[in-house]
Write a protein that binds this ligand. Structure first.
Ligand code: HEC
Length: 412
């Protein structure tokens, strides 16, 4: 889910804390005080600020902010006292007063255990290829416990002391990426011993990141199976985009600028018309996967976009295609649909690159309620949905309700 409180100040606070901690880490590394670990500077302490606690406990976050403000005020007063001798008594008294009056929330609430890779971020770029690689690793190494569907009910699960958690939840998005990575490499334990085995030596760093990429997709499909929606907005997987007559570009090139509509097409579902409100990206079933007559019909799709077939009244057909053979199965899984029944499905990603809305194949287009992940603040504008067509309504809803996404307690 998008983060519960919508307080802008809280996001700003979390962003500032993240910035300060990672800049500090970069400085320590530059000075040679800390080493690197798995390809990035290692966090040298056993604790870090628990953004995940601040984000769910607004009262705690407020106390924490007051504490920081009081400390900053006291420092300023003391510095002034040094320069301005005549007022030093007053300034020192003000500094002490601020420190005494400030709330001092217990550090056990705002600190949490950290690992050397706590501040690492995934190097994979969440590409379709990495997700597909992760899917093979997951089936071979993880599904026995976590279950093929990611709901924690694999064949070995019942033999474990602790059941693996279900991925049909916000678990993966709550934890810091670097900590998930560490847990998969070095395992997890509780007071009585190991709960999940580590994979160091068996999987490379890259393979662990890929498995985590796949688990995010699994989280979306497990959420679809369990409740008909994604537990959290999922990032739009990146893929090389081929547009007729233009050089290939990665899909992330549109991130921050343009919304993206992904459409699964086949012979019976030709590419839609271009729409200036978003980039339309077509995904097609790889020829090698389709069999018999379907292969011929998939090829035919490409010709639908030929200028001769276009009715000028409606503009041109979309012609940007995802250039990865795994795009079809990856997007099918995100939609919680079978690969065979995917054609006709549409997905919408917002300008920040989050997949937000889904129009399943059977529905043939957009209806109200396409948005998969909303916060309670959505749809406050005065317009009535009936005054707009369903696609416009969904776009409006998406724009009005941006993902205030918090990752390991920090804005992602
Ligand atoms: C022997 C069974 C088993 C296998 C194999 C296994 N896991 Fe786990 N996994 C668990 C259990 C049990 C937990 C819950 C541990 C806990 O909360 O202490 C868990 C937890 C996790 C978590 C949540 C971590 C967190 O920070 O809460 C992730 C992510 C994860 N596993 C990924 C993987 C991946 C990726 C693989 C394969 C490379 C894998 N697991 C293989 C049993 C397993």
């Amino acid at each position: 889910m998008t983060s519960p409180p919508s307080h802008l100040w809280l996001n700003a606070l979390l962003q500032a804390l993240q910035f300060v901690q990672s800049t500090w880490l970069g400085a320590l590394y530059a000075l040679g005080i800390t080493d690197d670990s798995h390809g990035a500077p290692a966090w040298p302490w056993a604790q870090r600020i628990a953004g995940e606690n601040l984000v769910i406990d607004v009262a705690l976050a407020r106390q924490f902010a007051w504490m920081l403000a009081a400390i900053a005020f006291a420092i300023v007063c003391l510095l002034l006292a040094l320069c301005w001798r005549r007022a030093w008594r007053w300034l020192t008294a003000a500094a002490i007063g601020a420190l005494v009056l400030s709330p001092w929330p217990s550090p056990t609430l705002w600190l949490t255990a950290a690992v050397p890779t706590s501040f690492h971020s995934s190097p994979t770029g969440f590409t379709v290829d990495s997700i597909a690689r992760g899917s093979r690793i997951y089936s071979a190494q993880c599904a026995a416990c976590h279950g093929a569907d990611g709901r924690g009910e694999g064949p070995l699960a019942a033999t474990l002391r602790r059941w693996p958690p279900t991925m049909a939840s916000a678990l993966l998005s709550r934890r810091a990426d670097g900590e998930l990575f560490w847990h998969v490499l070095y395992g997890m334990r509780d007071d009585q011993g190991v709960t999940m085995p580590g994979f160091v030596g068996r999987l490379s760093d890259r393979e662990v990141w890929a498995a985590l990429d796949y688990m995010r997709v699994l989280s979306a499909s497990a959420g679809m199976a369990a409740g008909g929606s994604w537990p959290v907005p999922i990032a739009l997987p990146s893929v090389a985009v081929k547009c007729a007559g233009r050089p290939d570009r990665p899909l992330d090139a549109w991130r921050g600028h343009q919304r993206v509509r992904v459409v699964a097409v086949d012979a019976a579902h030709p590419p839609p018309f271009e729409d200036p409100r978003f980039l339309t990206l077509l995904i097609r079933r790889d020829d090698g996967q389709a069999t018999g007559p379907a292969t011929a019909s998939v090829r035919k799709v490409a010709t639908v976009a030929a200028p001769g077939n276009v009715t000028p009244l409606f503009g041109t057909r979309a012609d940007c295609v995802a250039d990865a053979r795994d795009a079809w199965p990856v997007f099918a899984q995100i939609a919680g649909a079978s690969a065979a029944g995917l054609a006709g499905t549409e997905w919408l990603a917002d300008r920040d690159g989050w997949l937000r809305a889904l129009a399943p194949a059977g529905r043939r287009g957009w209806a109200d309620g396409g948005l998969m992940c909303t916060t309670s603040t959505s749809l406050q504008d005065g317009d009535t949905a009936s005054a707009r067509d369903p696609l416009t309504a969904t776009l409006r809803e998406m724009d009005n309700d941006p993902v205030r996404f918090v990752k390991g307690g920090f804005v992602h």
